[in-house]
Design a protein around this ligand. Structure first.
Ligand SMILES: *[C@@H]1O[C@H](CO)[C@@H](O)[C@H](O)[C@H]1NC(C)=O
Length: 324
């Protein structure tokens, strides 16, 4: 019974001690997991708070990043000579310590840079290191990416001939200090492209390129290509096949109608000319025909000499020949 009591008291005591250590002390907040693209770069978001009432200037704080549980294996120290050879010139504190920002940039990421790496603060007083704080729970571990993320192409609708068409190409990355470039396989005026950089939290970012152009007939059955060029030279791309929706043209009605109308007019004119020409000819023929008729009627009269025929007929014949 006594033993149990003692153990309980001990537990409470330990809890109380750890509590005082936690509160009012230095606290760093580091992203615990982050993807890192080999050959490229990565920025680890990190912020810290110091005990209330105490203020420190940048010169009093020494920020250090080191390997987990290996305080001497530093990957970042303002004093370059203390940094591991394999990390020298590759790490940089991009955060502003005066603003409690301890963000770390690593460039030329190598596949063995997995970590974990932890943040640590040393307080410097009169060139002497007085206190050291290592935030053992504040470490980052990298998951290596050997293939760069592939950009995504999104458009709200299908391209329509002659109408502005907008497509968005976006790619995720974890290196805001050297953002990937997004390139299109079309020659477009810079005003046709809008770029945005979005912080999606937890050290992740999205680079976007919004392209607007007016598709023409010749763009049909072509490809729109968006290539992401990452810091360090790795590239990845996405291809969007373009199928243009043709705008309705009334040419297929207008042209035949115009041709038909033109032909009709021409044909009409031709008819008039032909009719005029042949009218004369017909008149001539009819004149001849008339004389023949006269002859025939005269013959028939002679033939039927006993019957001289009605005078009306003779009159008609006369009229006809006079008319023509
Ligand atoms: C810390 O600094 C980095 C690099 O300059 C910046 O991207 C980030 O937004 C800063 N974080 C805060 C919380 O201000």
């Amino acid at each position: 019974m006594d033993k149990q009591k003692n153990r309980m008291i001990l537990c409470l005591l330990m809890a109380a001690i750890s509590r005082t250590v936690e509160s009012g002390e230095w606290v760093a907040s580091v992203i615990s997991n982050l993807d890192a693209l080999v050959s490229s770069c990565v920025v680890v978001p990190c912020t810290f708070t110091h005990p209330e009432g105490q203020t420190f200037s940048k010169s009093q704080i020494r920020a250090i990043w080191h390997r987990f549980e290996k305080w001497n294996e530093m990957i970042y120290n303002v004093d370059n000579t203390q940094v591991l050879d394999s990390f020298r010139e590759r790490t940089k504190l991009v955060g502003n310590l005066d603003k409690n920002n301890c963000s770390l940039e690593i460039t030329g990421v190598r596949d063995h840079d997995t970590g974990p790496f932890c943040f640590r603060i040393e307080l410097v007083k009169e060139a002497e290191t007085t206190d050291k704080f290592s935030f053992v729970k504040s470490c980052v571990e990298f998951k290596m990416q050997y293939i760069p993320p592939i950009p995504e192409i999104i458009s709200s609708r299908k391209p329509i001939q002659g109408k502005p068409f907008t497509v968005t190409c976006s790619v995720f990355h974890n290196c805001p200090s050297f953002v990937p470039q997004l390139k299109w396989n079309r020659k477009i005026s810079p005003e046709g492209i809008i770029e945005t950089h979005i912080n999606i939290g937890s050290g992740r970012w999205r680079m976007e390129s919004i392209l607007t152009f007016i598709p023409q007939e010749q763009d049909d059955h072509t490809e729109l290509n968006c290539t992401a060029v990452f810091h360090g030279g790795m590239t990845s791309s996405h291809v969007l096949p373009i199928h243009i929706i043709r705008t309705k043209s009334y040419n297929y009605i207008i042209i035949p109608v115009a041709v038909a109308a033109g032909t009709t007019v021409l044909f009409g004119l031709l008819c008039i000319v032909v009719v005029k020409k042949y009218k004369n000819r017909i008149a001539e023929l009819q004149r001849r025909d008339g004389s023949m008729w006269n002859r025939l009627s005269r013959m028939s009269r002679r033939f039927r000499s006993d019957n001289p025929g009605p005078p009306a007929q003779r009159q008609v014949t006369f009229q006809k020949s006079s008319l023509l």
